[in-house]
Ligand binder design. Structure first.
Ligand SMILES: C[S@@+](CC[C@H](N)C(=O)[O-])C[C@H]1O[C@@H](n2cnc3c(N)ncnc32)[C@H](O)[C@@H]1O
Length: 283
């Protein structure tokens, strides 16, 4: 702890907690956690120590690290259980992305449902990303005997800027946009995570037949997302019958922290899902 800090002061308490967690994170973040490495249980992180202002400007130049191309990404550090020990190569690639994953609830519920897929959360806020990392480290440690939660991880990233640096063309099967920031004022609409330009990037990283999932409690944002996706030539809306039988829609409605908040307030949840259409041939 820094000089002059007292543990009675809430901000010092938070600082001390964060420092302790940071040391733990540095040590375990990229380590292969398994029953051989650990038998001790670990406390789940406490959200109140990771408070951060609600919004982070997606246009500012955060000091973000990103690979020059997808081939330069060290996925083995995020998913050490999926590395072939003989060759050192990854045995799988990420195929599911949760864009703006917040505190990671969706990742955690998707993990057992898609145990053979690698799932990545992308989050722009530092403390929120730290929380998700600490949550995954604790879950991996506490389930070391079963190797659960090895298929999920999180990256601090601005997914409005660097998506093609992380993913190859047609790499993803599913992209989730759960309760994105609404940016209510008209002059802020350009900061919304679904725009015409960004949709072309999402279409690039999604494979044909892949699915974009959206959910929000803000009707205006729902209509905005539907309008932009419907207008885009590479997306087509899926029916409500399709939504009703899809496992991910069920998980998405109930798993995320924002979704739970809306549930407690008995608010509405608007869902819209779109399939990635085949790219037309240029003649
Ligand atoms: C309202 S929260 C929803 C979080 C989560 N999806 C849920 O449903 O609980 C929106 C999240 O998106 C993150 N975010 C906003 N813009 C982003 C961007 N360009 N790249 C990555 N994350 C972003 C925010 O920091 C915030 O945590």
């Amino acid at each position: 702890m820094k000089a002059g800090m007292s543990l009675d002061d809430p901000s010092s308490k938070r600082q001390a907690y964060r420092l302790k967690k940071e040391e733990n994170r540095k040590e375990l973040k990229h380590v292969k956690i398994d029953a051989k490495a650990s038998s001790e249980k670990m406390d789940l992180p406490r959200k109140r120590f990771y408070r951060q202002r609600a919004h982070s400007n997606p246009f500012s130049d955060h000091q973000l690290e990103y690979p020059l191309s997808p081939d330069e990404m060290d996925w083995d550090r995020l998913y050490p259980h999926f590395v072939d020990e003989a060759t050192g190569a990854m045995t799988k690639e990420v195929t599911i992305a949760d864009i703006g994953c917040g505190f990671g609830g969706l990742l955690i519920d998707l993990s057992p449902a898609f145990a053979d897929k690698l799932i990545l959360g992308m989050e722009i806020r530092v403390q929120v990303t730290n929380y998700v990392e600490d949550r995954i480290i604790a879950l991996r440690t506490n389930h070391a005997e079963t190797n659960a939660y090895q298929n999920i991880n999180v990256l601090r990233a601005n997914s409005m800027k660097f998506l093609p640096n992380f993913f190859h063309k047609a790499q993803l099967e599913k992209m989730f946009f759960c309760f994105p920031d609404p940016h209510f004022k008209q002059r802020k609409h350009k900061a919304r995570i679904i725009t015409n330009t960004l949709l072309s990037e999402y279409a690039y990283v999604l494979k044909e037949g892949g699915v974009v999932y959206t959910i929000t409690d803000v009707l205006d944002l729902h209509e905005w997302m539907v309008k932009h996706l419907e207008e885009h030539p590479l997306f087509e809306r899926l029916s409500t019958e399709w939504e009703d039988q899809d496992e991910c829609v069920e998980i998405m409605r109930n798993a995320t922290e924002e979704g739970k908040k809306v549930e407690r307030k008995k608010g509405a949840k608007y869902v819209a899902c779109f399939t990635r259409l085949p790219t037309p041939e240029i003649v």
